[in-house]
Design a protein around this ligand. Structure first.
Ligand code: GUN
Length: 279
């Protein structure tokens, strides 16, 4: 069994992005810039945003952070997004999710122009991915594909099972795997005989948001297991996979922390650079 080292793969992606950022600056005479909007006080979101800002510094990109009160109105957040949308020095706009419940997430995200949607969440960006002509791909599933590539195993023809059907992870994940010629099944809370389906997976992606949900009896011998979960149990980070028991059955497995998490930010940096190049 091999543990997939997300930190290592992430470092190598960031090194490549850094070189490309240098070339971009030399060519265009300006530095790519990511704007991040964070509303409220969710401690996990504050940590993620801090790491995104640090990531920008690491690869030589600029960042702007808008830390807004938890009582912010839709109008207030909309004003910020609109102003960043028309600012030619800003290449990417990211609204950190989840937003406080009283805000209209769908409306606010719809204000981000497709060309600055570095999360790849817009209907157009998701549609382009569905048609296998991707432009900006959601960072987490994109990072998972990089982790799979790092194993050297060809995804084509494999049975891939995705647990979770969110617009931000499960659906784009399934489309990426399908575009890579895997045979893809998407499971969710209403799936019947989940264990039967997951037990047939050569590649199993857990993105359901329930701590230690995937147990040994759900995994095929020799499978590649990627854990997208970031859960906190008694103040400790844990994934959606019961790592201690599942790992001995796998050919490759990604840990939490140190698996998918660092990749998400690397792909965000890559997407921001690509957004800077679009104009
Ligand atoms: N919250 C957790 N993950 C993400 C992400 O990838 N993008 C945004 N915008 N918010 C998140």
């Amino acid at each position: 069994m091999q543990i997939i080292n997300g930190k290592e793969v992430s470092k190598s992606t960031r090194d490549k992005v850094k070189v490309m950022v240098n070339d971009f600056v030399a060519d265009k005479g300006r530095v790519p810039c990511l704007a991040v909007i964070l509303v409220g006080e969710d401690p996990a979101s504050h940590t993620y945003v801090k790491n995104k800002i640090l990531g920008c510094e690491e690869v030589g990109m600029k960042s702007l952070t808008f830390r807004e009160s938890k009582d912010s109105t839709d109008e207030h957040v909309a004003e910020i997004i609109k102003s960043l949308s028309s600012d030619e020095t800003v290449d990417g706009i990211l609204v950190q999710l989840p937003l406080p419940k009283h805000l209209d997430e769908r409306y606010l995200l719809s204000l981000i122009p497709d060309c600055k949607d570095v999360d790849g969440f817009s209907p157009n960006n998701l549609g382009l991915l569905a048609m296998n002509t991707p432009r900006t791909v959601s960072c987490t599933p994109y990072g998972v594909m990089e982790l799979l590539a790092s194993t050297g195993v060809d995804v084509a023809g494999k049975n891939a099972v995705v647990i979770g059907r969110s617009n931000t992870v499960g659906k784009p994940m399934a489309m990426l795997l399908l575009n890579a010629n895997a045979t893809v099944t998407v499971c969710h809370s209403k799936t019947v005989n989940l264990k039967e389906i997951t037990s047939n997976a050569d590649i199993l992606i857990a993105a359901i948001g329930i701590p230690n949900f995937v147990t040994e009896d759900m995994v095929k011998e020799g499978a590649i297991v990627i854990d997208v979960g970031i859960n906190r149990v008694d103040g400790k980070l844990c994934g959606d996979v019961d790592f201690a028991n599942v790992s001995s059955k796998c050919s490759h497995i990604s840990p939490v922390p140190g698996g998918v998490g660092p990749m998400t930010i690397s792909m965000l940096l890559y997407n921001t650079l690509m957004a800077a190049k679009y104009e």
